[in-house]
Design a protein around this ligand. Structure first.
Ligand code: FES
Length: 352
């Protein structure tokens, strides 16, 4: 409500300001319009050098944002997806994610800070009063609404039928609990369950198609062979859960073509074993190109170079495929020499 709509006797004493009549609070009438406070000039309004300083600060922040955007693009182009960096106290993080997050954050923050500083120090800060008409309804309309409400309450017999009223309140109060109970499905947290599979030292590699343990001679150059740990049968109660973590793919590569030294140590006569579960969102990898040693996930085309630590060379996957260290037992069968070196599947969590 503006001061023009208030009876003259309700207005408190006047106080002169640069913008005309301003009134102080009236203790007797708390609804009286107190008016605008006296306008205070900022240092930038009266000192041109201070205004210039603010201008330079705003320009500096916008320039910082530009540099951060350039750094964002440079990070995206230059940092390998599987490089990690140690950041105290967060531990090991993806260097690419860290660089992208930091540069994007600085770019956005600097634009925001520049705009806020510009608005606070250099844009006009003259106070304006927006004259509005009262929004409350006239007294006869309010009386009519109350009459209608009382009439409705009387006709519903809510006051008389206490049993209906109380049970209705009970039903309405309890109903939201069904939504709260569903929150239980969000837990419990998996803990370390996702970090371990059925593979362990000495477990034989069993061909997924023939269900037979495999010898190195079963893996021929150019083929993609799928394997599971011995003892895991399709009729097992936990088969689907366990195979979703333990599924393995094997390829044979000329040892000279293997670029990654540790990958070579973990292989046997050029046979390398990787998790078959894509590190994007967990589709099974099923395509292999012998000439390039590239494995392709059919879901979103993530491509992994199996001759170079299964690093991602294309697509949305964020991590290389975990490798399983393999060897041969006394009877000449391929066996695991431990579990995967990293959690398998989607890269929703940071790895060690
Ligand atoms: S699940 Fe493999 S690329 Fe998306």
């Amino acid at each position: 409500m503006s001061s023009q709509d208030i009876p003259e006797e309700n207005l408190p004493a006047e106080q002169g300001t640069a913008h005309g009549a301003v009134r102080v609070a009236d203790e007797k009438n708390p609804f009286a319009d107190p008016g605008l406070p006296p306008h205070e000039h900022r240092i930038q309004d009266i000192d041109e050098r201070a205004a210039k300083r603010s201008e330079r600060t705003v320009a500096l922040l916008f320039t910082l944002s530009m540099l951060a955007t350039v750094a964002f693009i440079a990070s995206y182009v230059t940092i390998p997806v599987d490089r990690s960096v140690y950041i105290f106290p967060l531990g090991h993080l993806s260097a690419l994610n860290f660089a992208l997050g930091m540069t994007l954050g600085v770019a956005l923050f600097a634009i925001g800070a520049g705009a806020v500083h510009w608005a606070r120090t250099l844009m006009s800060d003259q106070e304006l009063a927006d004259e509005r008409h009262p929004i409350e309804a006239p007294s006869e309309v309010r009386a009519k609404v109350m009459d209608d409400f009382r009439q409705g309450a009387k006709e519903s017999a809510l006051g008389r039928r206490k049993l209906i009223r109380n049970t209705m309140f009970g039903a309405l109060a309890l109903f939201p609990l069904s939504g709260v109970v569903l929150l239980r499905d969000l837990g419990p947290l998996p803990g370390t369950k996702l970090r371990h599979t059925l593979w362990s030292k000495g477990k034989l590699l069993v061909n997924m198609n023939t269900n037979e343990p495999m010898r190195p001679s079963d893996i021929i150059v150019g083929s993609l062979t799928f394997a599971k740990p011995e003892g895991l049968e399709e009729h097992d109660h936990e088969f689907q859960t366990e195979i979703a973590k333990a599924a393995l793919m094997l390829v044979r590569i000329q040892p000279d073509d293997i670029k990654d030294k540790r990958q070579l140590e973990w292989s046997h006569e050029g046979i390398v074993a990787y998790s078959k579960i894509c590190t994007h969102v967990g589709c099974p990898i099923s395509l292999y190109e012998q000439q390039t040693h590239h494995a392709l996930c059919p879901c979103h085309q993530s491509t992994f170079d199996l001759a170079d630590g299964a690093r991602v060379i294309f697509g949305p996957a964020g991590h290389a495929l975990p490798q399983l260290r393999i060897g041969v037992n006394d009877e000449g069968y391929l066996e695991a020499l431990g579990d995967f070196d990293e959690p398998v599947g989607p890269a929703f969590w940071e790895r060690g």
